[in-house]
Design a protein. Structure first.
Length: 375
């Protein structure tokens, strides 16, 4: 089976409500949907959604990458595309390239799994988990707002909540937010916090020590990406497990985190690391090092979320909840059957491949104005 053509369409999806982190407030998410056509008539779906707000590439840059490299994929056997993607991305570590590689890799996996009559998860790893624990996500709102969202998550059956931190004006304000969320959750629900690299090393050590009394499951990326010695210092100085997120940008970056002993957990995002195959290599490296993995979306539309869900299904059972329940943050997800969390869990969709179908009506409604085809 060979690639016979590529077609991509941009989208711009509004958030249901403004979503804020330590890096700012966001009103929309934009990206592109990729359709990979094969000579057998099977179409694989992928999504590219770079994170411009974090300096990880823009949609315009992703479109330029596809214009540059897309034609090279036409005519290639599907089973040769992952290796070709590795060569295409070598030495080009920017986020736009990673997002395009992710879209192509996911589309190839979707097409190959559809052809084989199996799921993408089973294509990647054989034994898979059909149901996964997922966390709710709360932005950097005021204490009363954060507490209300925490209470809603508890009522919905979530067993884990992630709270964005790092935007508070003082340590006391941050403490009040975390305390309010913990009170709303009660003692039976896990609480993790995510600073998105907002703190300095000493500030992070002080903040985590002050917040330990609220029974934190883990702290994600307390210091800026790139400061692995600083991240390792924080890990050594506190009792709460430390997760590396923004530092996990590809396989080589994950290796550096592990070699530095800088994290207890790796946060792996297919959109950031360049697709499902590199993400699986990171998971294998982490397993050898005795480090846990959490798979999350980058608040993608439905196809990107489905890809992350299939990847998470290949993790060993019993690990931390994954950050996949993000579709409800957006106005729509561009697929015909939404992927939703029920009682804090998400199940793999039925059907071969990703198990999802593109909603052309939604894509037309939220289209970003660019459509291109190569054959």
């Amino acid at each position: 089976m060979r690639v016979s053509g590529l077609r991509w369409t941009t989208y711009r999806l509004p958030f249901r409500a403004e979503f804020a982190t330590s890096r700012g407030a966001f009103a929309h998410r934009e990206g592109l949907i990729l359709r990979l056509h094969t000579d057998s008539g099977i179409v694989g779906l992928g999504e590219a959604a770079p994170i411009a707000e974090r300096g990880r590439g823009t949609l315009s840059e992703a479109l330029a990458v596809l214009d540059e490299v897309g034609a090279a994929f036409v005519g290639k056997p599907l089973d040769e595309v992952p290796a070709f993607l590795d060569e295409t991305g070598r030495g080009r570590g920017d986020g736009a390239v990673a997002a395009v590689r992710c879209a192509l890799d996911v589309a190839v996996c979707d097409a190959m799994a559809r052809a084989a009559g199996t799921s993408v998860a089973e294509l990647l790893a054989g034994d898979v988990n059909r149901s996964l624990a997922v966390n709710a996500t709360i932005g950097t709102g005021a204490p009363i707002q954060a507490a209300a969202q925490a209470a809603a998550a508890r009522e919905s059956g979530f067993g884990c909540v992630k709270l964005k931190v790092g935007a508070a004006r003082s340590g006391d304000e941050e403490r009040r937010r975390v305390a309010a969320v913990r009170q709303a959750l009660g003692n039976g629900i896990r609480l993790r916090i995510d600073a998105n690299g907002a703190w300095g090393v000493e500030q992070a050590i002080r903040a985590v020590r002050e917040l330990e009394e609220y029974d934190l499951e883990m702290v994600e990326q307390p210091v800026a990406a790139g400061d692995l010695p600083g991240l390792a210092r924080v890990r050594a100085a506190v009792d709460v497990p430390i997760a590396a997120d923004e530092d996990v940008t590809d396989v080589e970056a994950a290796e550096r985190v592990l070699e530095a002993g800088a994290a207890d957990v790796l946060v792996v995002k297919p959109m950031v690391v360049g697709g499902l195959h590199p993400a699986r290599r990171i998971i294998d490296l982490a397993a050898v090092a005795g480090v846990e993995v959490v798979v999350t979306t980058t608040i993608d539309a439905g196809i990107g979320t489905a890809a992350a869900l299939h990847l998470a299904a290949t993790l060993p059972p019993g690990g931390p909840a994954c950050g996949l329940a993000t579709g409800s943050l957006l106005a729509d997800d561009l697929i015909t059957r939404p992927l939703v969390a029920r009682c804090g869990r998400m199940g793999l969709p039925d059907g071969p491949g990703l198990g999802v179908e593109l909603d052309e009506g939604q894509l037309a409604r939220y289209g970003g104005g660019v459509e291109r085809e190569i054959s």
